[in-house]
Design a protein around this ligand. Structure first.
Ligand code: ZN
Length: 291
């Protein structure tokens, strides 16, 4: 699933591909992708004649800003955009086509069919789902060490699922949460309220650093992720622990471990990311055994 860096890469690519183009008409062949308005015909009618001004991002959502409308698009598992000339054969799993007045088409393909599109009047997208409950943008100035501690520091749950919760901090998914926790030297099961001041500092720096480096690299290509140009992602795999079960830790050489936490595969080094020791962790593991 694309995370912040991948969506950011798609955003930047989409600007290059479609900014300034005017929608002539829209074809929807899988109505369930269109979440708002309720009728795909209305979705198409609203978009006809509008020009795409730019593309922005909120968390893992793309915001296509048109004159007088905002299209909010989430790629979910495997959604992807590509620009084609009209008349080029339409590939399987193409669900929405934006036909432009210049004879090109932006096509949305989605094998898993989990992606969504919502249309709003400009600005209204922030008042309703899916954007209204999103947390801090980790690469913006509003995301500070103090804000991170304020949001998560009092919570007794394990830190990794808290990092995945988009209501606190947006953009981190399973891959970059594991990478950030490794960089910070924090065990993914550590209760958030057990983290010390220096650990919050390391975690804050690791979240920003991990995401910024991945954005720089163009996002890491996982499985069938494809960038907005319809080309297979050619990004560097620079992941340190994610997907590296049993490989040597890049820092200490111990085997990377994989466990399941909150239903998600979780990679870590038990030496570089030590579990919480002492009374509290003994109580916790006791509680786990009892269950
Ligand atoms: Zn290690």
């Amino acid at each position: 699933m694309p995370e912040l860096p991948e969506v950011e890469t798609v955003r930047r690519t989409l600007i290059e591909l479609v900014a300034g183009k005017t929608v002539e008409r829209v074809t929807v062949s899988l109505p369930r992708i269109i979440q708002r308005p309720a009728e795909p015909e209305q979705f198409a009618d609203l978009l006809a004649g509008r020009t795409i001004l730019t593309v922005e991002r909120r968390g893992k959502f793309l915001r296509l800003l048109l004159d007088g409308l905002t299209l909010v698009s989430h790629l979910r598992m495997e959604g992807r955009y590509g620009l084609y000339r009209s008349g080029e054969p339409v590939e399987k799993h193409t669900h929405v086509i934006f036909h432009f007045t210049d004879g090109t088409e932006l096509r949305y393909r989605d094998v898993r069919q989990f992606g969504t599109m919502h249309l709003f009047a400009p600005g209204e997208e922030f008042e309703s789902p899916p954007l209204n409950k999103l947390g801090l943008e980790p690469l913006e100035e509003s995301f500070t060490l103090d804000e991170l501690r304020k949001l998560l520091g009092g919570r007794p749950g394990p830190i990794k699922p808290l990092l995945l919760n988009q209501a606190y901090v947006v953009g981190l998914g399973n891959i970059y949460a594991d990478e950030a926790l490794f960089s910070a030297g924090i065990h993914p099961e550590r209760p958030a309220d057990s983290l010390k001041k220096d650990e919050w500092e390391r975690l804050y720096a690791a979240i920003r650093g991990t995401l910024a480096r991945a954005v720089e690299a163009g996002g890491s290509s996982i499985k069938s992720y494809v960038n907005g140009q319809g080309e297979m992602g050619m990004f560097q795999h620079s992941l340190l622990v994610y997907g590296r079960k049993n490989e040597p830790c890049p820092r200490c050489g111990s085997a990377i471990e994989k466990t399941v936490l909150g239903g998600r595969g979780t990679h870590y080094c038990h030496i570089c990311q030590p579990p919480l020791r002492g009374k509290r962790s003994a109580q916790r593991s006791g509680a786990r055994k009892a269950r």
